[in-house]
Design a protein around this ligand. Sequence first.
Ligand SMILES: Nc1nc2c(ncn2[C@@H]2O[C@H](COP(=O)(O)OP(=O)(O)OP(=O)(O)O)[C@@H](O)[C@H]2O)c(=O)[nH]1
Ligand SMILES: [Mg+2]
Length: 411
Amino acid sequence: MSGIIEASSALRKRKHLKRGINFTVMVVGQSGCGRSTFINTLCGQQVVDTSTTVMLPTDTAHEVELQLREETVELEDDEGVKIQLNIVDTPGFGDSLDNSPAFEVVSDYVRHQYDEILLEESRVRRNPRFKDGRVHCCLYMVTATGHGLREMDVEFMRRLGHLVNILPVISKADSLTPEELKLNKRLIMEDIERYKLPIYNFPFDEDDVSQEDYDTNTYLRSTLPFSVIGSNEVYEMSPELTVRGRKYPWGMLDVEDATISDFVVLRNALLISHLHDLKDYTHEILYEQYRTEALSGETNTERSLNATGNAAASMASPQTKQESLASPRMPAVAGAADEAASGEGAPGTPRDTYLAREEQIRLEEERLRAFEERVQQELVLKRKELLQREQELREIEERLEREAKLKQEAV
Ligand SMILES: Nc1nc2c(ncn2[C@@H]2O[C@H](COP(=O)(O)OP(=O)(O)OP(=O)(O)O)[C@@H](O)[C@H]2O)c(=O)[nH]1
Ligand SMILES: [Mg+2]
């Protein structure tokens, strides 16, 4: 009997390995900052086209629109574990005078993925094919300069940091000297501290961490923001050795050279050492917070930002962060109701208790109504999408029919 159980658990494990780990990374950064090149470098293959992806508006009255492009790549590590890496590229980001709409698009996308999970969780029958599209990490690329963050960078991190794990990255690091890069890193971290931006700072529980994890996380924190160099070219140095690098008149650099950029450190953290940490943090902290807000009908996400404080500056342990994020956000009345019910502190007369309970029920109903509204909105959106797809399909069919007719006529 136990043999069968062992065999089936091994089978399950193999199945899981075969299916692979689902991991989603969003790459955000201004046009030309090297997003596409970085994605190709990270995946070790040409995943996205690196021709300019943004069309400038012909009419100056119109702003450049942000698009979100999704790609999926299957990667395999040394132990044969497959990673279904979903990449969301953001062409058009930061190219407008007013970038608020672009922030909204990114924020809506991240929220939409959370809503999908919320909906799925509330279904009586779960969909076995449901795909978790939550963004586990957002790489925010800042083009190498001698300065700290720009207003837009601060605003983005401030608005999105409570929804998604943000890792700041300096792209095109080869355009700075080692001293300039050091200065750039320092100024960026100073800004992150000054504005209390909630980035992902490799949190750990100080009371419950192995020495190895402590060292790794401390090192990764001290490396933030990661500097990267990307390239779309692979050079054959010898029959056995190929190098992804950049060729310059003065020589060639290897993008994996750890002495000139943090690319390898970032890749290892993302795809190996912290893949599960980023997923867990997304699920247990960020999504949980979103879920509480969605179900309670609260929308003030800025408030949580203040509660979270500066993750980078305070180097809060996950416990501290979790506590501050998950701190009860029930309205005071509900608290009073509980107190009244337990007979502690509150006046405690039956009438008080009754009124407090009434209030609590009313709040619960409000919360449910808000949730229902969100679900309805989702449905409307899905229906719209469906109609659009149907229309596209019809157009394709018509085109095919036309082409077939033309061919027949030609014959
Ligand atoms: N020096 C240097 N140039 C880079 C690096 N990464 C990319 N580039 C170059 O920068 C230019 C833009 O790179 P892309 O990867 O297309 O940038 P992008 O952000 O995807 O650009 P859009 O999609 O047009 O917004 C290309 O000429 C790249 O070769 C880098 O690490 N160092
Ligand atoms: Mg691009």
